[in-house]
Design a protein around this ligand. Structure first.
Ligand SMILES: [Fe+2]
Length: 352
């Protein structure tokens, strides 16, 4: 079965097109933010923090046709992540005023025309020269009673694609700021009119330039970046590989062994701020008082009912959230992905 196109368009049309904001942070703020990246590493791979299997990865980022005997090691790129703040709590005093700043929150509230807002999340990606195997994805949605800490990413993705959970949605908007001085690829591709329509692009170079976006409701992807000759994964890269600053350079390490060293100019960084918004106090109360929460079991039940209603003969295993075959069945049933890419920014093939 396939999700009907109207449902997909509704699920993946953002509240507004991305707004570009040049030179977002002050020099002092840029210094504090990069100070955290330099002083508090090392940082681990996004893939190591997020996915346990190739099925889980494909449920989120799949769509490029990569299936069959792929392992997670074939699908990862040297993209690392750390957190300035998690669950509305700032982790480093030196960036506290940035995380709780009015200037970031107001951008998100304005995008939604929302009365109230709450800074929720602030993380950063550090990307060594890399291909882009990402065929397009959307960021995790949040529903009352569930959030990305408790919900497996693959299941959250299936829920979002199903379009069944709008009633419980906690809307979030993002301010994503890019730092990549090279004009060699490295842009941001996005699908502002849904994944079935042509994409648009925010091209590099950029330094301290931000997009204000509704990324849980808009397909997007980071493009390949860094010098082309350096984009293959370094020999020995695994889910245990970490990155850290070393003087002006950035080094990839397995334990104490350095497996790659990059000049800062080859790196692409982004700072990803997210806030939750509410139209009125009733919505705020429902969120904090848990008067209308969703649960994992209820969500799974609604998904299973939906699929059975579409004629799918579905057996639910004893451990539905950890069963690779079940993961794949649900991901296939709600398969949605972009259908076209910018000529300047194709999806790279999974290495043989
Ligand atoms: Fe994203």
């Amino acid at each position: 079965m396939h999700v009907d196109p109207d449902r997909v368009r509704r699920a993946f049309t953002p509240v507004a097109r991305p707004e570009l904001v040049r030179d977002l942070y002050s020099p002092d703020e840029v210094g504090r933010l990069f100070g955290v990246l330099r002083d508090h590493g090392p940082w681990s791979l996004i893939a190591a923090q997020t996915f346990a299997s190739a099925e889980e990865f494909l449920a989120v980022a799949g769509g490029g046709g990569a299936r069959g005997d792929v392992s997670l090691a074939d699908l990862i790129t040297p993209t690392f992540r750390g957190y300035f703040a998690q669950q509305a709590v700032c982790l480093y005093d030196e960036v506290q005023e940035v995380f709780y700043s009015t200037k970031l929150l107001e951008r998100v509230k304005e995008m939604f025309g929302a009365r109230y807002g709450l800074p929720a999340q602030f993380f950063f990606n550090l990307r060594a020269p890399a291909r882009s195997l990402d065929a397009g994805h959307f960021d995790p949605q949040v529903w009352r009673g569930m959030d990305m800490v408790k919900v497996p990413v693959w299941f959250s993705t299936v829920m979002a694609k199903s379009g069944l959970f709008d009633r419980w949605e906690v809307r979030t908007g993002q301010v994503i700021t890019y730092f990549y001085r090279s004009p060699e690829d490295g842009g941001f591709t996005y699908w502002p009119d849904g994944p079935a329509q042509p994409p648009a692009r925010f091209p590099a170079p950029f330094w301290n330039d931000a997009v204000v976006v509704h990324n849980p409701r808009m397909y997007h992807r980071g493009e390949a970046s860094g010098p082309v000759a350096l984009r293959a994964n370094p020999t020995g890269m695994s889910l245990e590989t970490v990155i850290a600053a070393d003087g002006e350079d950035w080094v990839l390490r397995n334990g104490d062994e350095v497996i790659a060293r990059h000049d800062a100019s080859a790196m692409r960084f982004l700072f990803h701020y997210g806030a939750r918004v509410f139209d009125d106090l009733d919505e705020v109360r429902a969120y904090y008082d848990h008067t209308d929460d969703l649960t994992m079991d209820r969500a799974l039940g609604l998904i299973v009912d939906d699929l059975r209603g579409h004629g799918l003969d579905l057996e639910v295993p004893d451990d539905p959230f950890d069963d690779p075959a079940f993961v794949r069945t649900l991901a296939d049933a709600y398969a949605v992905s972009p259908t076209s890419y910018p000529a300047e920014a194709p999806v790279d093939a999974v290495p043989a």
